[in-house]
Design a protein around this ligand. Sequence first.
Ligand code: PLP
Length: 238
Amino acid sequence: MTDAPVPDGAETLIERLGAVDARIAEVARANGRDPAEITRIVVTKFHPASLVRALRAAGVRDVGENRQQELSAKAQELDDLADLRWHFVGQAQTNKARAIRAVADGVHSLDRPRLADALDAAAGDPDAPALDVFLQINLTDDPARGGVHPDELLALAEHVTGCRTLRLRGVMAVAPLDEEPARAFARLARMSESVRSVDPSASAISAGMTGDFEEAIAAGATHLRIGSAITGPRPLRG
Ligand SMILES: *Cc1c(COP(=O)(O)O)cnc(C)c1O
């Protein structure tokens, strides 16, 4: 027994977290990688703030959200947890840039110059701490999917390096449904290399979700965005 109250379901939550982390470490080592170089972000979308609180109590610092309103509301509800790091992973409208920037430590879904400009302008003070950004690449043939077309990737990377308050960390992608994740992530790794020709420090790769994080680790992912394997199934969107 512990003194702190354990929220309902937290035991299984913590068991799932432990199991996923153990698997990440195992797969990293099997691929000759140091598990310490991998950041595991828990995507908590649709789950209540109380779940984020339970995760923080279990040692989680990096959490992800895909909608600005939900991000803002949860961050406000949890503003006593000063050391949480919020990652925005969803499609972003430019008119939400200010609200996103007010809370997020990283934006994984930067896919066009106008959004870069909006996030940059949202800093207010040009000497504000830089915002970490990842260029989301569309690995599908469907332009309606989020992400920059691979042909426009380097121009976007160059644009972002000119944004004073943004720090280009690397690339991000979601594996297409109709392609082997390993193959898609191999393409992503090559695109990551070309982005490094623009900015050698932009070496991060945000890839890997519940269904494909093992393939992502094998392909060099540095940031995993894992939701349901840890949180359990998402409640239906209200
Ligand atoms: C929801 C989401 C995830 C996590 O998905 P799971 O399959 O539940 O792990 C990762 N990345 C993005 C962009 C998401 O929207």
